[in-house]
Design a binder for this molecule. Sequence first.
Ligand code: GUN
Ligand code: FE
Length: 473
Amino acid sequence: MSSSSYTVFYGSLVNPETLTSYETSLNTLVAVNSHGIIDWVVRDVSDALVQTTLLEKGCPDAEVVDLKDGQFIMPGFVDTHTHAPQLPNIGSGHQYELLEWLKHVTFPMEAKFCDVEFARKTYSSVVHRIINHGTTTCCYYGTLHLDATKELANIVHSLGQRAFVGKCNMDRNSEPYYVEPSWQSSVDDTKALISHIRTLESGSSGIPLVKPILTPRFAISCSSPLLSSLGEMATADPSLHIQTHISENLSEIEFTKQLFPECKSYADVYDSYGLLRDNTVLAHAVHLSKDEIELIANRKAGISHCPTSNFNLNSGVAPIGKYLDRGIKVGLGTDVSGGFSPSILNSIQNASIASKVIAMQNRGQNNYESGKFANSQLSIATLLYLATLGGAQVCALDHVVGSLVPGKSFDAIIVDVRNTAGNPAMWDINAGTHDLKDHDALEGMLQRFLFCGDDRNISDVFVQGRRIGGRNY
Ligand code: GUN
Ligand code: FE
C-alpha cells in the first residue's frame, strides 16, 4: 500500500477507556489506512514534529487533516435501540403509557410502511438525520413489512452507516390492520430479509457494515410457535444477533406473565426459547427482578438503556448502576419515538438525570446496595463509555468499534464547540481564560458537548474511514 493512502488526523482526542476513565490527549496523530482501519496513534506531537513523525512512520505523503482549536475527535456514538419508522412521530404521544401508545400512536404510523415508496422516502431522511447526529453504529427496528425493511437496509448500506436492521416479528396481540397473518409467514419473511441483507456488498475491509438482526418485537407480540422458530434459527446461526424489548412497563409485564404462565419471568420467556445470549440486545430492562438480573448476566446478554423513552412513556427509571455492578454490558438507546430525540447526546443527558433520580431516592434510606455504581450518579467517564464502547459491547462489536485505538475501524466524529458552529449553548466556551489547548479545557469542551451539544456541533461523521455525514458534509 502506498503511504499516501493514509489519512492522518491531527488534534485533540477524547477516548473512552473503562467505565471510570477516559483519555484526553492533545496534539495527537491518528493514522487511518485505506481500509478505514486505525493503524497507529501518537500523542503529544508538536506542530514542528508532525512531518518527522510521519516520516518515521513511513507515510510522509499522508493526507493530514488538521483539527482547529475548539475541535476534537472522538468515537462515533452507538445507538443500541431505535425504531426507524417511528421518526415521523417524534415528539407526540407523551400522554400515553406503553400499551396505549403502541395502539394509538405507533401502530397507525408503522402500518403506513406497507407503501414501499413512502418507506423509501421516509427512511432516506431518517437515516441521514441519525448519521448527522453522530451515530456511527445503529440497531434499527423496521416495521413488520419485508419490502419496506429491505429498503431500510438498502438505504443504510448506501449511506455507509454501520448497522443492524431487523424486521419486527409480530403475529399476535396487535391491531387487525397491523399484524402478521401467521407465524410461518413471519419466519419466511425474516429469512428472506436475512438473505437480502447478507447479499449487500461488504465494506472495503471485507467486514459487512449492515447486518441482519432477529427482532421479535416483544414477548406479547409473538406466539409460541413463532418464538420457537426464531430460537431454532438463532441456534443454527450463533452469529445472528437478536434484539427485543424487556420489562419496560408494569402492565406489559403483567400481560406477559399471563401469556407465558409456564415461564418463571419475562427474561425466562426469551431464555426458554433460546433467545438470550451474548449477542442479544435487550431494550429498557426497567423492572427486572434479582433472578432476571442473574439470568441476563449469566447469558452475557446486553442491555440498551433508553432513559428518554423511560421518562417520556412514564415507564420508570432503570437501575443501570446495579446492572453495571453485576458486570452486565450496557449501552444507550434513543428508542425513537418512545424517546423524543434521535440523538445519543439526549440519551446521555437523560441517563445522567435518571442516575441522579435513583441516587436521590436512595439518599438516607437503608436499602443501599453495596456496589460501586448502584446509588451514584453516572460520571462523565461512565456516560461517555455507555455511549460508545459500552454500546459496542452490547452489539458484540467492541473488537471493531467503540474507541479509537489501532486495529479498530475509524468510526469517529469531529466535534466542534466553536461559536461558529452556531449552537447558542456554546456561546461563551471561548470566553474563559483557557486557550482551548490544555487538558482541562478539553474536558470542559467534552462536558459542554455532552450536555449542551447537538448536531450543529458535529462537523464530520466517519464510518470505517469514509466520511458519511456531519455539518460540513
Ligand atoms: N415494546 C414493543 N414495541 C415497542 C416500541 O415500538 N417501542 C417501545 N418503547 N416499546 C415497545
Ligand atoms: Fe423500542
